[in-house]
Write a protein that binds this ligand. Structure first.
Ligand code: AMP
Ligand code: MN
Ligand code: MN
Ligand code: MN
Length: 290
């Protein structure tokens, strides 16, 4: 990457998932797909886990693809789950590694409770079923349950599974307490990285709660927000471009790619960032693996 003039138009894709969390492709296959799709700066951001980083760094390097370390951390804020993407950190930093380990820790018990809830509505064996799709047992997620429920014919697609079974108030939903916002931002920034609010357009917050999220994130030292992401419509892009100015945040861009059959946005196939924002990679040129 030309580090002297970081362009907002760079084809950066700084959000995706591998088999190390709930994606269906290996870090190596994702590196190849990103490269083939014209990505110029890439990051693998598995949920609550940095176990794929060394593989992603090596695969990207072999392709000449500039790379930033990444992770997407699950946070509980105002009673809801919020995702914070960390970029450009030292993935061996002990406090970060320990914080992520602690964040993943409750997933197995949660998954067993989810399966109990599903059994009560006549869907037995969902824990064992979901496990068949899991690459990393510490990272069992709702996505793995969704794959099991689609492949076993209970639902026609993952959207239907989430709508009927895995969202608040539904039989397979189990409330869970994830990491705290301030801890998460500190783990990332003290490991030399930057923290970014992931897909803000997806949270069920009212304006007051959303203002609190952005204000507190900023007060803790958060630096960025995803303006362009697979889940955003044009109205979201406009809205969060405004938030960049209001909260003095830099803009990130990432597909949130999980799988060719489940994700509607492929790696690197995203609209450009608006010209008026400062791209998050401006702050990260020293952190790029080449
Ligand atoms: P978990 O971390 O176990 O709560 O699972 C969250 C993951 O489920 C997200 O990262 C997405 O990959 C996936 N997900 C959440 N909501 C939906 C949805 N409505 N449709 C499809 N996948 C979803
Ligand atoms: Mn996911
Ligand atoms: Mn997310
Ligand atoms: Mn994601």
């Amino acid at each position: 990457m030309n580090t002297s003039t970081p362009s907002p138009l760079l084809n950066a894709d700084l959000h995706c998932h591998s088999v190390v969390s709930d994606g269906t492709r290996t870090p190596e296959a994702l590196a190849e797909r990103a490269h083939a799709n014209g990505v110029e700066l890439w990051s693998l951001t598995d949920h609550d886990e940095v176990g794929g980083q060394d593989r992603a760094i090596a695969a990207a390097r072999a392709l000449g693809l500039p790379y930033l370390t990444g992770a997407e951390v699950s946070v509980t804020f105002a009673g809801q789950t919020v995702h914070i993407v960390g970029l450009g950190f030292d993935h061996h930093n002990p406090a970060l590694v320990q914080g992520l380990r602690q964040t993943r820790g409750g997933r197995e018990a949660r998954a067993r409770d989810m399966a109990d809830g599903l059994a009560q509505v006549g869907i037995p064996g969902a824990y064992e079923g979901a496990l068949q799709y899991v690459g990393n047992p510490e990272l069992i997620s709702r996505t793995h349950f969704a794959r099991f429920l689609v492949d076993s014919g209970v639902c026609k697609d993952t959207n239907e599974v989430f709508r009927k079974y895995l969202t608040e108030g539904k039989p397979g939903y189990v409330p869970h307490r994830w990491a705290a916002l301030g801890d998460t931002v500190r783990w990332i920034t003290q490991a030399g990285g930057v923290a970014v609010i992931a897909h803000p357009g997806r949270y069920p917050f009212n304006a007051t709660e959303e203002f609190a999220l952005f204000s507190e994130f900023k007060a803790h030292g958060g630096q960025g927000v995803e303006v362009v992401t697979g889940a955003h419509h044009q109205a979201d892009v406009v809205k969060y471009t405004g938030f960049c100015a209001e909260f003095d945040l830099q803009a990130s861009r990432g597909s949130d790619f999980h799988s060719p059959t489940e994700s509607h946005t492929d790696l690197g196939r995203l609209p450009d960032l608006p010209g008026s924002v400062t791209p998050i990679w401006t702050a990260l040129s020293e952190r790029v693996h080449t």
